[in-house]
Ligand binder design. Sequence first.
Ligand SMILES: [Zn+2]
Ligand SMILES: [Zn+2]
Length: 88
Amino acid sequence: MLESKQCPACGRTFAPRVAWAVYCSRTCQKRMHRRRLVARRKAAGLCPQCGGELTAVPRVGGYKGNGSTITYCAKCRAYFAARWRGAG
Ligand SMILES: [Zn+2]
Ligand SMILES: [Zn+2]
């Protein structure tokens, strides 16, 4: 019987099926992998979404978001803008 562990991704306690299990599920494993990838991209000054180079884009008037530090490349920005518009 293996001791229960705490998943570093979701914080849940789970019973691992194998001794080397770190995350409770593949979903959490993927999530943490992605989080690390995003952190590395941000540190490198790249788009956290696709890892592409960030292009300097002049600020769009009317947007008051000086608290936001996340910036995406033009491609991903367009993608998110379309998604936000489409999402209910
Ligand atoms: Zn988890
Ligand atoms: Zn991008």
